[in-house]
Design a protein around this ligand. Structure first.
Ligand SMILES: Nc1ncnc2c1ncn2[C@@H]1O[C@H](COP(=O)(O)OP(=O)(O)O)[C@@H](O)[C@H]1O
Ligand SMILES: [Mg+2]
Ligand SMILES: [Zn+2]
Length: 388
């Protein structure tokens, strides 16, 4: 049996399975119920959030025979049935009523002319022919113009779905003729839940902290999360843990710097302890972690301090419970103001390190400087920060 990557194997086949984009799927389902399907749509949003998936489900839905023939089903279910001849063709990838066009590699005027000529012919079976034009922002202006006429007077059987990660690059002449849907970044809980479903279906045991780590790394993209999961599964099998995924394994694979190191930095600052700070710097350098990554994580760590200080709650801290408790406990050790000052300094340091060669040494100094920011050696004004 050939291995199919998770992103393809678990691509949603109906609207209800598309996570976190209800604002899009519901509107589309309403328009199907009311029989008011448009001819031009723009699906915009980050990579891997369901644009192509939603476009395919939509194409399947407008051609589903059950949806066309059974008004009650249309009103109450409003999903492609998955069983009629048309749905089966779609699922097998043999339907002629869907055409996917990658604008990133076919962006010339000639390509568009070919597409335009193709659009003239209606479907042999079914009602609509759906053209999904991916990465549409890559089209040249001339190509857009060649297309404009078609979009102004589309044949009744044609539906165009333009997918893009860069909405602002689409000319207003095109955008104004389309219904626009903005796909959201997928919240961490939803990604985690989806990954859990995949692991259950694949008979893999996994701890929820491990899934959270994968989800955080994916930053809102379901496809990224699923690709990381593929990698993690392969990695676990290689290391003799087939069928189970641990937090440690994921952390190792992603070269994840442990939260302990982040707390060691804030502890060193609160304790006014340069020796401890140098230990952290050495840990990073010795283990070959990327200094920039470390600074990025440290900024996120300080952001979590600010969140807890401002909200008096760890609700917005995306960490396992034990770590959240630690934030709750430590947030009072530093004043919001000194945390802000550290963040400002780290942002600057990040920029400066980019242009340095000897940056291990500068990295150490930068960490030491954090202590100084919070406890200035010679206070200019008398203020007691530690008492805050
Ligand atoms: N909202 C979502 N709900 C469930 N799975 C999703 C979602 N978005 C993406 N995926 C998963 O990621 C894969 C890639 O999604 P895709 O729709 O091609 O992303 P996009 O076109 O936005 O880049 C899908 O096959 C599916 O497995
Ligand atoms: Mg896509
Ligand atoms: Zn059907």
């Amino acid at each position: 049996m050939t291995y199919q990557v998770i992103a393809r194997k678990y691509r949603p086949a109906k609207f209800a399975d598309i996570t976190a984009q209800e604002h899009v799927t519901r509107t589309i389902q309403n328009s199907l119920r009311m029989g008011r399907v448009g001819h031009g749509y723009i699906f915009s949003g980050l990579r891997g959030v369901g644009k192509t998936t939603a476009a395919r489900v939509f194409a399947k839905a407008v051609n589903c025979l059950k949806m066309m023939e059974d008004p009650e089903y249309l009103q109450q279910v409003t999903e492609p049935c998955g069983e009629c001849e048309s749905c089966r063709d779609f699922d097998a990838g043999t339907s002629f009523n869907i055409a996917e066009f990658d604008a990133a590699s076919n962006n010339s005027v000639d390509d568009i002319r070919m597409l335009r000529d193709n659009v003239r012919y209606g479907p042999q079976k079914g009602k609509y022919r759906v053209y999904i034009i991916d990465e549409v922002h890559m089209l040249s202006i001339a190509a857009f113009n060649a297309f404009l006429k078609t979009l102004e007077e589309p044949p009744p059987h044609a539906i165009f779905i333009f997918a893009t990660t860069e909405l602002h690059k689409i000319p207003a002449t095109i955008a104004s003729r389309c219904q626009r849907f903005n796909f959201k970044r997928i919240p961490l809980e939803d990604i985690q839940r989806q990954l859990q479903l995949v692991c259950d279906a694949e008979h893999i045991t996994v701890d929820s902290d491990a899934l959270q780590l994968i989800g955080r790394k994916a930053q809102g993209s379901m496809r990224d999360a699923q690709s990381i999961l593929d990698q993690v599964i392969a990695f676990s099998a290689e290391n003799d843990h087939e069928g189970s995924i641990s937090y440690q394994g994921v952390a190792e694979l992603l070269n994840y710097i442990d939260d302990d190191q982040m707390f060691a930095v804030t502890d060193a600052v609160t304790e006014h302890n340069p020796v401890r700070m140098l230990d952290v710097a050495q840990f990073v350098i010795r283990n070959g972690y990327d200094e920039q990554d470390f600074l990025e994580k440290l900024i996120e760590h300080l952001r979590n301090f600010l969140v807890v200080q401002n909200l008096s709650s760890t609700r917005l801290v995306e960490r396992p419970d034990a770590i959240r408790d630690r934030y709750q406990r430590d947030a009072g050790n530093l004043s919001p103001r000194s945390v802000m000052e550290m963040v400002d300094f780290l942002l600057l340091t990040q920029k400066e390190l980019k242009f340095q060669f000897e940056y291990q040494f500068r990295f150490e100094l930068a960490l030491l400087k954090l202590i100084d920011i919070v406890h200035p050696a010679v206070p200019q004004k008398k203020k007691s920060l530690t008492s805050l």
